[in-house]
Ligand binder design. Structure first.
Ligand SMILES: Nc1ncnc2c1ncn2[C@@H]1O[C@H](COP(=O)(O)OP(=O)(O)OP(=O)(O)O)[C@@H](O)[C@H]1O
Ligand SMILES: [Mg+2]
Length: 372
């Protein structure tokens, strides 16, 4: 591990590494001996503790729970974090590997994550006004665009979701959690992997074939944008057996031009209509079934910023927003994905075989519908 990180730093020339190795003693003292009261969240990989170092700076310490792939998760996350530097990506402060313990130390984000702000205990008093939401949408898009287009080698995140968009004291977005990420070698378009991710955010072709491409992140980002604009969860139960995705809920409303019904009621109507429309349309072209029709993250940034009038008018006039048939096409795929896993409950890997049949049927159906 130390070797991998040293090599990375060496490649960067004389640039000073921004991370360091922490001793377990130092982290124990910073987190009050990993006191339960310091826990700020629990994920599939372990607990995240708030801590304060002797210089007064605040840190978040992720203590990875012991499991067979702990070394892989730890190594992947550190290797990727050490390569990247962008204002919308969470920075690494360091790590600790003593005995069986594997701890990753990050910058502390005062406002935790988008998921807890939108759906957590205090979500009724959601502090996200429209301006903040727009900044989060653009900031997180820029962070992912950096991973896809500027990082060398390029990086596919594979777990874009609202709990992996952290918010600093100014509610600025920082994309986090690179434990699932994959480096894409130069010249390659995808890597074939075990399917990892969270229900509601997974692109159908990825769930089926396990081919991780940048377009899989684009799909998940589309779901996240709808969540941000509407305040709804990625999927909802309509009754005890039927589950509906946020995309299936939003697309018919867009086809009927009822954008105001999509806006989060907690905004009390205080939003910029043109921007809401932009966010929702971009979300839906991102979260469409056919990966080749999804935009790149660079296009997404441009569209969200309203920088290209031509691209936006193409988007507005897309067939997808005219025909209810198209809306029906997406619902099949999303319903089928609901067999895979729970939101906020990771499976490592997902129960791929059980879902495979449904995903094949879904892709086949949506391809036919796109053709005719
Ligand atoms: N750097 C940080 N600063 C502040 N809070 C954080 C930080 N990193 C994580 N958290 C909080 O801890 C929670 C758990 O994070 P973690 O990444 O372990 O799990 P998760 O994202 O909820 O789920 P998953 O395991 O699927 O990624 C987050 O939802 C967030 O609220
Ligand atoms: Mg996370």
């Amino acid at each position: 591990m130390i070797t991998a990180l040293s090599i990375t730093s060496a490649r960067r020339g004389k640039e000073q590494p921004t991370w360091r190795v922490f001793s377990l003693e130092e982290l124990k003292s910073a987190t009050n001996n990993f006191k339960p009261g310091n826990i700020r969240g629990e994920g599939g990989f372990g607990s995240v503790y708030w801590g304060q170092l002797s210089d007064g700076s605040q840190i978040a310490v992720k203590s990875l729970k012991f499991q067979s792939n702990i070394t892989e998760t730890f190594t992947v996350e550190l290797e990727i974090l050490a390569r990247i530097r962008h204002q919308n990506l969470l920075s690494l402060r360091g790590y600790c590997a003593e005995g069986q313990k594997r701890l990753i130390v990050y910058e502390y984000m005062q406002n935790l994550c988008l998921h807890s702000i939108l759906h957590g205990h205090n979500s009724l008093k959601c502090p996200l006004d429209w301006n903040r939401r727009m900044n989060i949408a653009i900031g997180s898009a820029e962070g992912i665009a950096y991973l896809h287009h500027q990082a060398t080698p390029r990086i596919i995140h594979r777990d874009i979701k609202s709990s992996n968009v952290l918010l600093d004291s100014d509610f600025k977005a920082r994309v986090a959690d690179f434990g699932f990420a994959k480096l894409i070698p130069d010249g390659a378009t995808h890597v074939t992997t075990k399917v990892m991710g969270t229900r509601g955010y997974l692109a159908p072709e990825y769930a089926m074939l396990g081919k991780a491409k940048a377009s899989c992140d684009v799909y998940s980002f589309g779901v996240l944008l709808l969540e941000l604009a509407s305040g709804r969860r990625p999927t909802e139960m309509l009754d005890s057996t039927v589950r509906r995705s946020i995309v299936d809920w939003a697309l018919p409303l867009v086809c009927e031009k009822k954008f105001s019904k999509i806006a989060d009621p907690r905004l009390n109507g205080n939003y910029v209509k043109e921007e809401l429309k932009r966010v929702v349309l971009v979300a839906l072209i991102c979260a469409q079934d056919l990966p080749e029709k999804r935009p790149s993250m660079l296009d997404v940034v441009e569209l969200l910023k309203g920088e290209s009038k031509d691209k936006f008018s193409d988007l507005e006039n897309s067939d997808m927003f005219r025909s209810r048939l198209a809306a029906a096409g997406t619902s099949v795929a999303k319903d089928s994905l609901d067999y895979i896993s729970e939101e906020k409950e990771l499976e490592h890997p997902l129960r791929k075989n059980a879902s495979c049949f449904f995903a094949i049927v879904a892709i086949f159906k949506s391809t036919l519908e796109a053709l005719f």
